[in-house]
Design a protein around this ligand. Structure first.
Ligand code: ADP
Length: 397
């Protein structure tokens, strides 16, 4: 069984073809600048030379056609014909309250996804475009939707409500949803495997620290709290997003700088976080480098970031009434030795003791805490695509 995994953004499309008999990656790639001049596909079949296909792609359908041609290409393709694709798994950002798990996409599901677009106007419309385009090109192939929000639908109401007038929840579903669910679920499962214990018996905090970042409390295999909320703006400070702040700042800031709500919203999403504080970059590699060279604001941005992650770990340990493991994943979590060390510093009282030697590692699935650390600190490279392929297989396989 071969599953094509699709992750469609507004002007890009990432894909992977996975053989689900053995979970082997057959091919992967990205189509970029869809709908913009200069569009291209970078394609790589495992074990073959990379290919770059430069062709105009006016929309997602055009891009998917080129991706499929690349997949069956005589020289750099991975399969003989499109009929080898058994199913397509689509990453969908927002499933609202309707979806607490992955679903086979049908007419009703698409109608609900259209409704959810209001909750994620930047993400859901391109996800849907990808679904419609695949349906046209692969009409008899089943499609599955895997939602970033679904894993967090197990949060208790006390975790997901905002302390706003209750009718806002009833009328408009203003509540916390959480994101990165596919990643949090995958790394928690991997961590349990590494520990040789059932996920259902563990209290885990998973830290997905990439450009976007969120922390999740997973008790007995279920998400019970997570740092992102109604949108992916809440929670940790991120590369360019501000994370938690006093909502009263918004009106004050608008008045002082004569800004519109859209301008403030844009600044909170694109000019804040680590970029905003450091003034250097949203990329942690640049900020770490600047801090090492003595840039105080860069160091402040890092200290701020580490402190916020630490705060969530403590809060979630308290919420779950204990802690067995802390898991780090995504760009920074997998690669930054200093970030893991600083976040775990002074948490010995909770039972967290990082081993500096074991922690001197990047991108490998491994335990990085000391033997006597009662809480295990674990590094797990995330693999959202494989998780999407597994969910797809489970539904249509
Ligand atoms: P996303 O998928 O959310 O775009 P990633 O999970 O790829 O993001 O994470 C990207 C972030 O990871 C970048 O901001 C970068 O700063 C950080 N990162 C990647 N490699 C390293 C590294 N070696 N050291 C520190 N940070 C890193």
């Amino acid at each position: 069984m071969k599953v094509l995994v699709m992750n469609c953004g507004s002007s890009s499309l990432k894909y992977q073809l996975i053989n689900m008999e053995n979970e082997e990656l057959l091919a992967k790639g990205i189509a970029e600048r869809i709908g913009i001049e200069g569009s291209f596909v970078k394609h790589e079949t495992t074990g073959k030379e990379k290919a770059v296909i430069e062709e105009p792609m006016t929309d997602h359908k055009a891009a998917i056609k080129i991706v499929l041609e690349a997949l069956i290409h005589a020289e750099y393709g991975a399969i003989q014909s499109m009929s080898e694709i058994t199913a397509v798994g689509h990453r969908v950002v927002h499933g609202g309250e309707k979806f607490s798990g992955s679903v086979v996409i049908d007419k009703e599901v698409k109608a609900v996804l259209e409704e959810c677009s209001e909750l994620a106007p930047l993400h859901n419309p391109p996800n849907l475009m990808g679904i419609y385009a695949c349906e046209e090109i692969l009409p008899n192939v089943p499609m599955v939707g895997v939602f970033d929000t679904a894993f967090h639908q197990t949060m208790p109401k006390a975790s997901y409500m905002y302390a706003l007038p209750y009718d806002l929840y009833e009328k408009y579903k203003i509540r916390r949803y959480g994101f990165h669910g596919t990643s949090h679920k995958y790394v928690a499962m991997k961590a349990a495997e590494l520990l040789g214990q059932p996920l259902e018996s563990l209290k885990i905090v998973t830290c997905h620290l990439g450009n976007g970042a969120s922390v999740t409390a997973i008790k007995n295999g279920k998400s019970v709290d997570t740092s992102m909320g109604f949108t992916p703006l809440e929670g940790l400070a991120m590369g360019t997003r501000c994370g938690d702040l006093d909502p009263a700042i918004i009106e004050f800031w608008m008045k002082k700088e004569n800004l519109t709500i859209a301008e403030v919203n844009n600044a909170m999403n694109k000019k804040s976080g680590v970029l905003g504080i450091s003034g250097v970059s949203s990329d942690f590699r640049d900020v770490e480098e600047a801090a090492n060279a003595g840039n105080e604001r860069a160091q402040l941005a890092l200290d701020f970031y580490y402190q916020r992650v630490k705060k969530y770990i403590g809060a979630y340990a308290a919420e779950m009434g204990g802690l067995d493991a802390v898991v780090f994943t995504a760009g920074l979590g997998e690669n930054s030795i200093v970030a893991r060390k600083e976040i775990c510093k002074d948490l010995e009282f909770l039972g967290i003791k990082i081993d500096d030697e074991k922690n001197s590692i990047r991108g490998k699935e491994t335990v990085v805490s000391t033997e006597d650390s009662t809480v295990k600190v674990i590094l797990v490279p995330t693999n959202e695509e494989l998780m999407i392929a597994r969910e797809t297989k489970a539904l249509v396989g």
